[in-house]
Design a protein around this ligand. Structure first.
Ligand code: AHR
Length: 334
């Protein structure tokens, strides 16, 4: 909000305060003030100053997500102060503190890990700056953030398991490439997968290790799994496509055929995953939508204008198989 608007805000407060003093209109509340702003159309996209703390650039998914946030800000005329946390929570916390000092209108944050946000979110709350969680949840009391915009990661894990059960006919030895340790998608995708698998005694998870959501780490960890278990491995469950693509490289280097000798199911639905399915090297990808920019700024605008928004706005997501890949690839934006 620029200086002029802040002044106007102050003026509206004063008028309402005086009105409350003169009449018995004891019901004038902060909500009333905010609603009057909506009617006056005071806060528009061009008036918004938004601080955004991004995790980093660990995956294609993340690159698509960052592009979506930046493009939407530009298209809508929102002033965006963007910070890249380079996978470190301390960098994200520092960025949020800077946004508070800059008195931005709204802070968007995609927390790299789930825990450790209480103090800084409380600081934002004390400064009257709403926090919108984007893509990943934080494990904090509900009053410390306004809303969460993002996927149901547990359901993504369940869907990956359902597909895996079909692929293996309910029996097989699976290795798991886990996302960043302590992150919401790694925790939830781990749990969701097991929720389904536990009903199939013939399906065993024989190894599970973090590949940190990157291709390089996915390849390295899969290489270690192959050294340990070799062709005992029937399938790979990767928490994202980038790690699955790393695993494909490791399986080929080991002399086996990814997608045939070892089935692979992963999450995200990035363009490279569609290419891998066309090449017969990946058996399915569960979509996780990163194109959250337009929805995020729409929410930010509603929030500063005092509208009540749901505590969670879930993304709509699909499951893609090799037979769809050729047709769908040209339509993919990330
Ligand atoms: O939080 C979403 C996850 O983060 C994506 O699935 C993964 O690719 C990214 O790094």
């Amino acid at each position: 909000m620029n200086g002029f608007l802040k002044q106007r805000f102050g003026f509206i407060w004063l008028v309402l305060f005086l009105a409350a003093c003169q009449s018995d209109a004891a019901a004038i509340t902060e909500d009333t003030v905010l609603l009057s702003n909506v009617e006056d159309g005071i806060i528009a996209y061009e008036d918004l100053v938004v601080g955004y703390s991004q995790i980093g650039a660990e995956s294609e998914w993340r690159t698509g997500n960052t592009a979506s946030i930046k493009e939407a800000a530009e298209n809508l005329g929102v002033e965006l102060i963007f910070s890249d946390g380079q996978q470190k929570q301390e960098n994200q916390i520092k960025a949020i503190r800077t946004f508070i000092a800059q008195q931005v209108d709204v802070i968007g944050v995609s927390p790299v890990v789930e825990t450790g946000w209480d103090s800084v979110f409380q600081e934002a709350k004390d400064a009257g700056i709403p926090i919108i969680l984007v893509d990943r949840r934080a494990d904090v009391p509900e009053d410390l953030y306004t809303t969460y915009l993002g996927s149901d990661f547990v359901e993504e894990g369940r869907n990956a398991a359902r597909v895996m059960v079909d692929l293996l006919g309910g029996e097989g030895d699976i290795v798991e490439l886990v996302g960043t340790v302590g992150s919401a998608p790694a925790i939830d995708r781990y749990e969701g997968f097991r929720e389904i698998i536990q009903d199939y005694p013939g399906m065993r998870i024989i190894a599970s290790q973090s590949g940190d959501f990157t291709r390089a780490k996915g390849e390295e960890v899969m290489g270690d799994f192959l050294q340990l278990y070799g062709d005992e491995i029937d399938a790979v469950y990767a928490h994202n496509d980038d790690m699955a693509i790393g695993a494909i490289q490791a399986i080929e280097a080991y002399g086996l055929k990814p997608g045939e000798d070892i089935k692979i199911v992963s999450i995200d639905a990035i363009r490279d995953a569609f290419q891998a399915m066309i090449d017969g090297k990946l058996n399915a990808t569960i979509e996780c939508n990163p194109l959250l920019g337009p929805q995020f700024f729409e929410l930010a605008l509603k929030v500063v204008n005092g509208e009540v928004v749901p505590k969670w706005i879930p993304s709509e997501e699909e499951i893609f198989f090799p037979e769809d890949a050729e047709e769908v690839l040209p339509t993919r934006k990330y």
